[in-house]
Design a protein around this ligand. Structure first.
Ligand SMILES: CC/C=C/C/C=C\C/C=C\C/C=C\C/C=C\C/C=C\CC/C=C/C(=O)SCCNC(=O)CCNC(=O)[C@H](O)C(C)(C)COP(=O)(O)OP(=O)(O)OC[C@H]1O[C@@H](n2cnc3c(N)ncnc32)[C@H](O)[C@@H]1OP(=O)(O)O
Ligand SMILES: Cc1cc2nc3c(=O)[nH]c(=O)nc-3n(C[C@H](O)[C@H](O)[C@H](O)COP(=O)(O)OP(=O)(O)OC[C@H]3O[C@@H](n4cnc5c(N)ncnc54)[C@H](O)[C@@H]3O)c2cc1C
Length: 629
């Protein structure tokens, strides 16, 4: 399979990280101050960056060492250099022209330039066209004037901006020749390279605590008529010439390319967080015994409760299915990007539509799944030391950043309804939307046949898309476009998710059919796929009756089938999570260690509480006794 499926930690790079002299020794950060946590995470992030540079890693290797599996170990509270690595560097590589690349990349790679991607403003994140930071070109001085008109246009959120970056790619409204030209990227120095002080005209700082990822170092940034040389507009796509004349990009959304890349990376990466959570919950569900003793005199392992199996096992299947389909999306992105660089943008619209819906589907599924897995660990899952709260905080952030999920699903829906209505360029060979222009797959539904399930998932997607496309078309005859669109929003989102589900299951079906290494592996993949499919039907029974061709009796049969499959999967649960190849140091959970020694670990972590240092803490005298007086 694809490179991301190789062991991430037992290979050369993974073990380099785990055994690196500046990384191998970790500290518990729970009781550190905000500043101490930042310093700890930053120094580890810097060591990682040096390692990436020393090893000369390519993008696939970087994706492994930056993955949540590894970065949860290197930077447990959020990587202040993540946006530098995942967005700033790729933006320069893909949107700067060759001269600019040679001007900046040396300093980026030697660590002199540390950057961020500054797009979102206080009042605009989703609606990128509405950003209000301006970049006005003056041919006389050959400079852009970057300006923040008022506080609502302050940049707000960029990772690493708070106190780490000295440069930013700033997305701003370009004005040249007196004309607005839309959003363009500018390379802007924001802090002095030597002193790290903000440069004249720049106001910059950190935005404050968040649900999680507190050392991502998100920041704010305002410009007071900051002059930026003409050569600092990133010019691989659009250009502003010295006289102020403007050359359009080859694709109107070329400057959104970094967002597409990051959406693909997030989809791939959020599965890492799910794998960790699933491993923790699986191991804990074996160790934990509670309830009326059985014939053997022992209380039951909680995993033997049917309800617990439903809480845990489908998410293990999801790890396999989502990992494979997102890895294939990653490969597809690499292919389309090289075509776009060669000037052929034909595949870009569909890549954008697919990246949007997979990023949304995966972050939504994974954050819901991680929360279910956390609940499956009862009270102990609520403890920070279980790691489950932090994994949830990580996954749910992915539902908002890089395009809020509803908004992204609406982008996919826009593409799908155009395809269904024939108003878009026809899809290329191998496209994921050809099913919309073909008759529905009428393979009869049969419990136990993955192919029949996949066909039903396809009918749901097709039914959802064609129905909402027709409703939209009808409304357009009687009301303005924006009202017609708003009238269908909920159904559009459902259609895009259904399309995403179909994409995922078709990709996995192909992975299973291509797998040839052993019959046992083939059978296990089939079982995992069957669990995923039966669970997908059980989560959306109404859809499968309405559009998928299932009868109420099929639905009842599927419910029983799912529970039977879970019982079949249960003995394989530990090998299946062990196969994620996550050493204890990377899991970093009191509940999820390999040896299952949960209760000792819980006491051990409690011993670190500063409130346990003295038998009677000073606060007793300072607060409680005083309040009694
Ligand atoms: C060297 C490198 C190494 C690498 C590292 C490698 C790997 C990393 C691996 C692991 C790490 C993984 C994950 C990272 C983990 C953590 C990350 C850390 C922090 C997160 C950082 C977060 C950053 C951000 O959030 S940045 C801000 C993101 N903001 C958004 O996403 C805003 C969302 N809004 C939009 O994108 C747009 O407003 C819009 C919704 C798309 C609408 O745009 P617009 O109004 O301009 O367009 P229209 O809707 O009118 O559509 C017109 C037309 O354009 C088409 N379109 C739109 N976008 C695109 C596109 N991008 N590409 C192609 N086409 C596009 C649209 O479909 C319409 O087409 P039609 O007219 O034909 O219908
Ligand atoms: C942890 C984190 C890190 C981030 N890092 C960065 C970064 O490095 N750089 C950067 O530039 N930005 C960053 N962001 C900002 C992020 O990209 C935005 O927050 C995100 O794109 C969502 O935009 P918003 O905040 O404007 O949400 P809003 O758009 O205000 O969303 C609020 C609600 O409005 C709904 N809504 C909005 N528009 C529509 C619509 N057209 N149709 C239907 N519903 C709609 C949404 O669905 C949502 O329910 C980060 C955010 C977070 C949380």
């Amino acid at each position: 399979m694809v490179s991301r499926n190789r062991s991430q930690v037992k290979d050369h790079l993974g073990s380099k990280v785990l055994n690196h002299p500046e990384l191998r020794n970790t500290k518990a950060t729970e009781y550190m101050s905000h500043e101490e946590k930042y310093r700890y995470n930053l120094s580890r992030a810097t060591a990682m960056l040096k390692l990436i540079d020393e090893e000369g890693m390519d993008v696939n290797e970087i994706s492994k060492v930056m993955s949540h599996t590894v970065s949860g170990f290197t930077t447990p509270d959020g990587n202040p250099l993540a946006v530098h690595q995942v967005m700033f560097v790729p933006t320069l590589m893909n949107q700067a022209d060759d001269d600019q690349v040679s001007r900046w990349l040396g300093d980026v790679f030697n660590g002199t330039i540390v950057g961020t991607y500054a797009q979102t403003e206080l009042s605009h994140g989703t609606f990128v066209r509405g950003l209000r930071t301006t970049a006005t070109y003056d041919p006389a001085s050959r400079t852009f004037d970057l300006h923040t008109p008022d506080v609502s246009a302050a940049k707000w959120w960029p990772g690493g901006l708070g106190t780490t970056a000295n440069h930013a790619v700033v997305m701003a409204q370009l004005y040249t020749d007196g004309q607005p030209r839309g959003i363009h990227p500018f390379m802007v120095a924001i802090r002095d390279r030597e002193t790290h002080r903000p440069l004249p005209g720049i106001t910059v700082g950190e935005i404050g605590p968040k649900l999680g990822q507190n050392t991502l170092n998100n920041g704010y940034l305002l410009f007071d008529h900051v002059k930026v040389p003409r050569e600092n507009m990133l010019m691989r796509n659009a250009r502003v010439n010295e006289d102020g004349s403007y050359t359009k990009p080859s694709h109107q959304k070329a400057s959104y390319g970094t967002m597409v890349f990051t959406r693909v990376a997030i989809a791939l990466d959020t599965v890492d967080a799910l794998q960790i959570a699933a491993t923790i919950a699986a191991r804990y569900s074996i160790v934990r015994r509670q309830g009326e003793p059985r014939d053997d005199g022992q209380e039951p392992q909680i995993i033997d409760y049917q309800t617990q199996q439903l809480k845990v096992l489908p998410h293990i299947a999801a790890c396999y299915v989502l990992r494979a389909s997102t890895a294939r999306l990653w490969e597809h992105h690499t292919h389309v990007t090289s075509e776009v660089r060669g000037g052929d943008t034909a595949l870009l619209p569909e890549l954008h539509a697919t990246a949007c819906c997979l990023k949304a589907l995966v972050t939504q599924d994974c954050s819901e799944a991680i929360e279910a897995l956390r609940l499956s660990c009862g009270g102990h899952g609520y403890m920070t030391a279980s790691r489950l709260p932090a994994l949830y905080a990580y996954a749910t952030a992915g539902a908002t950043y890089e395009g809020e999920n509803t908004v992204l699903l609406l982008q996919t829906a826009r593409y799908l309804v155009k395809q269904a209505g024939g108003s878009h360029a026809p899809p290329a060979a191998g496209s994921a939307v050809t099913y919309l222009s073909r008759p529905a797959d009428d393979t009869p539904f049969a419990v136990g046949s993955p192919a029949a399930y996949v066909a039903a998932v396809g009918r749901v997607a097709r039914g959802r898309v064609t129905e909402v496309a027709a409703a939209l078309q009808a409304d357009r005859q009687t009301m303005p476009e924006a009202d017609a669109w708003n009238q269908s929003l909920v159904q559009l989102v459902a259609a895009a998710l259904a399309h995403g589900r179909y994409f995922v299951v078709r990709e996995f079906a192909e992975v299973v059919s291509q797998q040839s290494s052993s019959r046992a592996i083939q059978q296990m993949l089939q079982l995992l796929f069957s669990v995923y499919l039966a669970h997908a039907v059980s989560r959306a029974e109404g859809d499968f009756i309405t559009y998928g061709g299932l009868t109420p009796s099929d639905i009842r049969l599927n419910r029983r089938h799912l529970l039977r499959l879970l019982a079949e999967l249960r003995p394989h649960m530990i090998p299946l999570t062990d196969a994620f190849d996550l050493p204890d140091r990377l899991i970093n959970s009191t509940l999820g260690a390999w040896d299952g020694d949960v209760y000792r670990r819980m006491f051990e972590q409690a011993s670190h509480s500063p409130l346990n240092t003295d038998e009677v803490p000073a606060s007793f005298h300072q607060a409680m006794l005083r309040s009694k007086l």
